[in-house]
Design a protein around this ligand. Structure first.
Ligand SMILES: CC(=O)N[C@H]1[C@@H](OP(=O)(O)OP(=O)(O)OC[C@H]2O[C@@H](n3ccc(=O)[nH]c3=O)[C@H](O)[C@@H]2O)O[C@H](CO)[C@@H](O)[C@@H]1O[C@H](C)C(=O)N[C@@H](C)C(=O)N[C@H](CCC(=O)O)C(=O)O
Ligand SMILES: Nc1ncnc2c1ncn2[C@@H]1O[C@H](COP(=O)(O)OP(=O)(O)OP(=O)(O)O)[C@@H](O)[C@H]1O
Ligand SMILES: N[C@H](CCC[C@H](N)C(=O)O)C(=O)O
Ligand SMILES: [Mg+2]
Length: 497
């Protein structure tokens, strides 16, 4: 095994192997701060800087070797000098970002090869569907893990992480740990950033699932076309065995009819042409009653979740697990699904309004969330939300329009303004709000939620959108502890003032 982990084995394709060491490297990483003594640092070009900008830290941590990605405008003199002075070898690897995952996979002895990996992409619904798939697989007796916005690991035992899809090396390290832990299937969220940055190039997906594609992250991708192109990448990978496609969605419909696409395609949606068709999703006190047509056969199934999009997410989940499983068994497991924390999560207290905490932070998601809670609302619908700073500005007015159109009252507040002015963000949302709907502003999020709950009567619903499971509020450089779920829980039980 040590030979397989040596610089010679890992970097032979790019450098004369005679010059490379056969000693096992102690570790590998793409982040200078994580370099271990005797390890490999892979310095790649990023959107802000280059890994070589941090070579001093890598050397200080004891890097034995530095592989780096040449780019046109990269100034390497300083880094080369530092490495020479420290006696650290450097190897130039063209397009290293694309190869980093494969190098790490070799280092960890191809951990993903023994795992059944299901990738889920789309603008909204990735966490919900990945969570659903892993939970249903567990219920069906398959040791399954989850990787995504809520963390990674076995369902119910997640370790949190800052990214939805980790970097290419971290992913392989996690696959190795999951393989050791006896996991057989992994449901993972694949973000558009990850697809654009080659984080998943070395992940051998068995199945790719598409939720829906709307508008998000235009700050990063630049255009809807580039964003869609990034999402499309997951479905064109050679070796893919199955594709689960929402054909109510434009991109899903396009992928379903694409010539020469890899793997079998299973479609879902409300349209009659879908293999898994949603005929109806009737609101019930406990959630939804679904009527489905599965390959021509009509079936009903309870779902303990609310919001029509959760019915669609249930179909996506079903599509992924209907792989040699009888439909009855899969439907029974689906009926046991619980809401994902902060995703259409209901808070109910006697004599109080229904409060729903949801992670809707895109126009499509906000629209779907408001439409989803309306059938569970006898009285008025109040929507508390804001928009993140240093993120796509174009969505703000759109979300103002949607909230003022679909709610009876809007309360605008902070949602991680980050480096932007909270007032300016709120003004941009307000510019889209329709004048006929009352719209109030309270920047302090806890106070805004409190005022909304106090203004609401039993039978009304307060939808608190945008932060879902998050446990912090980021204002400028300050990160303070804040949770919509905790605020709502405390306010409903009278424990917070
Ligand atoms: C825009 C974006 O995706 N940025 C991610 C990307 O950074 P980057 O390409 O700009 O890298 P960079 O900062 O220029 O640095 C270049 C290289 O130097 C390395 N570096 C950097 C700093 C340092 O001290 N030491 C060091 O070695 C970096 O690891 C990187 O390899 O690669 C970095 C290393 O993996 C990530 O930390 C960083 O995530 C930033 C913090 C981020 O906020 N990303 C968000 C937007 C994101 O990726 N979100 C998606 C989900 C979105 C959704 O919910 O749909 C996600 O998958 O999480
Ligand atoms: N299929 C769907 N269609 C439209 N909206 C959805 C769908 N599924 C979930 N949503 C909405 O999007 C929000 C986020 O859901 P979820 O966390 O599952 O998505 P995500 O794609 O993982 O989001 P992120 O990219 O932020 O991680 C939910 O709280 C809900 O409002
Ligand atoms: N993954 C998304 C989440 C946004 C959630 C919202 N609360 C915000 O901060 O904008 C992002 O980082 O853009
Ligand atoms: Mg997610």
């Amino acid at each position: 095994m040590s030979g397989a982990r040596s610089a010679k084995a890992l970097l032979a394709p790019w450098v004369d192997s005679a010059g490379l060491d056969e000693t096992a490297l102690a570790g590998l990483t793409m982040t200078s701060g994580e370099v271990v003594n005797g390890g490999l640092f892979m310095a790649v070009a990023g959107s802000v800087g280059h890994g070589l900008d941090y070579v001093d830290e890598a050397i200080a941590k004891g890097a034995a070797l530095i592989a780096w990605e040449p780019t046109d405008d990269l100034e390497t003199t300083q880094a080369i000098r530092q490495c020479e002075a420290a006696g650290v070898s450097m190897v130039a690897v063209p397009e290293l970002a694309r190869h980093a995952g494969a190098i790490a996979a070799r280092y960890y002895d191809e951990p993903a090869a023994s795992l059944h990996i299901i990738g889920v992409t789309g603008t909204d619904g990735k966490t919900s569907v990945a969570h659903g798939i892993a939970t249903v697989l567990e219920t069906l007796g398959v040791p399954a893990a989850l990787m995504g916005t809520l963390g990674w690991g076995r369902v119910g035992q997640l370790t949190t992480d800052s990214l939805t899809t980790a970097d290419a090396v971290t992913l392989q390290r996690r696959f190795a740990m999951l393989r050791e832990a006896g996991v057989r299937a992994v449901a993972m969220e694949v973000s558009s950033h990850a697809l654009a940055q080659h984080r998943v190039d070395a992940v051998p997906f068995d199945t790719a699932v598409l939720t829906h594609v709307g508008r998000d992250h235009l700050d990063y991708h630049g255009s809807v076309a580039a964003y869609r192109a990034a999402k499309r990448r997951l479905f064109t990978r050679p070796g893919l065995r199955r594709q689960i496609l929402n054909i109510d969605d434009d991109l899903g419909a396009e992928l379903a009819t694409a010539a020469d696409a890899p793997g079998d395609r299973l479609t879902y949606g409300r349209t009659e042409a879908a293999d898994l068709q949603l005929l109806s999703a009737e609101p019930r006190p406990s959630g939804l009653m679904l009527t489905l047509r599965i390959h021509g056969l009509c079936r009903t199934s309870e779902l303990g979740l609310i919001g029509p999009f959760n019915a669609m997410n249930a179909l996506a989940t079903l599509g992924a697990v209907l792989d040699g499983q009888p439909a009855e068994t899969a439907l029974e497991a689906l009926a046991r699904l619980q809401p994902v924390p902060g995703r259409m999560e209901r808070f109910i207290a006697p004599g109080r309004p229904l409060v729903v905490v949801d992670y809707a932070h895109t126009p499509g998601a906000l629209e779907a969330a408001l439409q989803g809670v309306r059938p569970h609302t006898r009285g008025r619908l109040i929507c508390v939300f804001g928009c993140g700073g240093d993120r796509d500005r174009g969505k703000r007015a759109l979300m103002g329009d949607i909230a003022s159109r679909l709610a009876d009252e809007v309360r605008l507040t902070n949602d991680n303004p980050r480096g932007e002015s909270p007032d300016a963000i709120i003004a941009e949302i307000q510019a889209g709000c329709r004048s006929g709907t009352p719209c109030q502003v309270e920047k302090d999020r806890h106070t805004a939620i409190q005022q909304a709950i106090e203004a609401a009567k039993p039978g009304d619903t307060v939808l608190v959108a945008g932060k879902g499971h998050e446990e912090t509020q980021v204002i400028g450089q300050r990160v303070s502890r804040f949770s919509d779920r905790e605020s709502v829980g405390a306010l409903l039980t009278g424990e917070a003032g």
